[in-house]
Design a protein around this ligand. Sequence first.
Ligand code: SF4
Length: 288
Amino acid sequence: MKVTKLSLNESLPLTCSRKGTCCHGNQVLLNPWELARLAHEKNMSAAEFRAAFCIQGGSVLHFNGEKDQRGKAACGLYTENFGCSVHTARPLACRLFPLGRQVQHEKAEYIFQGTTFPCLNGCSEVLDLPKITVADYLEGQVTADFELAQDAYLEIMQNLADIAFTLLLETGLSESGDKATLTQWRKSGLLNGEQLAQLLPTEWQEALIVPSISVEKTDVQSFIEAHNERLQEQAQLHVNGLSSMNDFHEAAVLMMRMALFLARSLGADSSSLSEMWIDVAKENGARE
Ligand code: SF4
């Protein structure tokens, strides 16, 4: 589908008609900080929230509420005749809607899918609402922390992939003639979030998706720094215990699956990413 890019000065009818249309029949992705914020808002642990309100291993909100007049199910956090039950903690996807955000070459762009403004599909009366600029809309939706989280988790995703590269290319695994690792990377890129999460051992699922870091006592930056440090420490401990080529292979696959799970939760195309990483590995001597 064609994507329309927007400048920050573009004026659009971004004021919501408040019909809740966007809370029905959509897909809302969550990164681990957003999941923790929502859990805190609901007075639940992140693991409890994940079990109650998420699908795809904790990377997507479950839209299993009542259906609207179009037959589209509501987000599980939507309350009929009230709206979002977690408004102050709602994730970036909800704050941006109907816009999207894509990061290319470390530059963020705001977009919408298609060529006509998407709200017109469900709320044609938005045309009568006042127009505001994209920049003013983002400020009103308080997106700054959420955008920071998104970008910081992209770095963590790359850090995890880098560990996978180290395990493949700097342990002798690649030189041993191993071909199975890249095959598994490719297969993993085709899996959805649920399948990827199921392939992660419990301690890694917890470390990646529901880390026990308080959102109450930490700002977004500190939360994600602490998360990154814990993942790096856990990975280092894991790597220190490896000795055989099969150990290195399994760890390289595990770390790539972690990176790909995070990629999916950030809206990245995990298949294209795994192909890109496979090409980089091959350029550095890995074989398939
Ligand atoms: S989190 Fe809130 S705003 Fe987002 S889809 Fe669910 S109910 Fe709607």
